[in-house]
Design a protein around this ligand. Structure first.
Ligand SMILES: NC(=O)c1ccc[n+]([C@@H]2O[C@H](COP(=O)([O-])OP(=O)(O)OC[C@H]3O[C@@H](n4cnc5c(N)ncnc54)[C@H](OP(=O)(O)O)[C@@H]3O)[C@@H](O)[C@H]2O)c1
Length: 291
């Protein structure tokens, strides 16, 4: 089975690249900007047809939540129209799609984990455009699944864990919001899940039937607690000071609560999900090993 990974230089794409060699039944092709732009429908069509692509894992996205408020057109092009281009191209070759979406499709007013069946209500441009991307997959007849994830981090790219490690080594104290609740996701765990879904029973696992799934690591935390554990695991002597969201203004609003219920992906795909603390320990070990 030939699998195209779009946006392959990002956090998730890079983790898939690192693991893909372990999956002998998957022939993976990795592409990112500028070589393969999912917003260029013609180039995308030609590539998917000429390269005989059977499945796409779409890791491409406009992921800057704050910048999306200033650049809604670009966010819409990548997160919504780009996904539609992929769906259109895959329809022509009877191909399948794993598309990645976000907890930001929810407004965060819940107090218990969000299920796939819960109504969405994005609070910003990023969430709105990601929701449009979901609908591009869900409203069409191609065999595709959408996996929503949250608080993604990795040894690759820029993310909260790497920022905290950098600031923790430079500063005596850092203020971190303590009233936003969610679950971190190590991109390596999600990468493994995507590859296992494809590898375990060929792409027959991906059908219109189950379409929408939630995936994060296990457990629940706040950004404050997450930062404190990053310092603890790394033996960094930096004081983490809890502050409220209202004292840390950002361009885009964030959902205050975005814990995802993962029962469906665990039962449909027999996925075992590590706790966020264990995955964080593994990621920090790897970052330290590589530096
Ligand atoms: N990061 C999070 O906390 C988070 C949370 C929930 C869900 N997600 C979702 O998870 C997925 C993967 O996230 P990530 O953190 O791995 O993202 P990332 O690190 O920002 O990687 C996205 C990649 O897509 C590329 N890209 C942007 N526009 C493109 C286009 N038009 N055509 C092809 N590639 C394009 C980017 O290139 P440039 O860097 O050159 O722009 C980048 O290499 C995304 O769909 C994201 O929305 C992320």
């Amino acid at each position: 089975m030939k699998v195209l990974i779009t946006g392959s230089n990002g956090q998730l794409g890079s983790e898939i690249k690192e693991l893909a060699f372990e999956y002998e039944n998957l022939e993976c092709v990795f592409k990112d900007l500028p070589e393969l732009d999912i917003c260029d429908a013609e180039v995308l069509n030609t590539f998917i047809i000429d390269q005989h692509i059977n499945v796409v894992i779409n890791c491409a996205g406009y992921t800057s939540v704050d910048k999306a408020e200033e650049n809604p057109e670009i966010a819409e092009q990548v997160n919504a129209e780009g996904v539609l281009n992929l769906v259109n191209a895959l329809e022509k070759v009877d191909g399948k799609l794993i598309h990645i979406s976000t907890d930001y499709v929810f407004d965060g007013n819940h107090s218990q984990p969000y299920k796939e069946s819960d109504p969405v209500s994005p609070v910003g441009v990023y969430g709105e455009t990601k929701r449009a991307g979901e609908l591009a997959v869900l409203n069409r007849s191609i065999d595709g699944i959408v996996i929503r994830t949250s608080w993604l981090y990795s040894g690759y790219g820029n993310n909260f864990v790497k920022t905290m490690l950098r600031l923790g080594n430079d500063k005596e104290s850092i203020q971190v919001v303590s009233d936003q609740i969610g679950t971190p996701t190590y991109a390596k765990d999600l990468a493994k899940t995507c590859l296992n879904i494809l590898s375990d029973s060929g792409s027959t696992n991906i059908s219109k039937k189950g379409s929408l799934y939630h995936y994060s690591n296990e457990g629940v935390t706040s950004w404050y607690d997450f930062a404190s554990v990053i310092m603890e695991i790394s033996n960094i002597d930096c004081k983490i000071i809890p502050i409220e969201t209202k004292d840390y203004p950002t361009q885009a609003r964030r959902p205050m609560y975005s814990v995802l219920d993962k029962s469906k992906i665990k039962s449909d795909f027999k996925v075992t999900i590590p706790h966020w603390r264990d995955s964080l320990t593994n990621c920090i070990k790897k970052i330290n090993h590589n530096t």
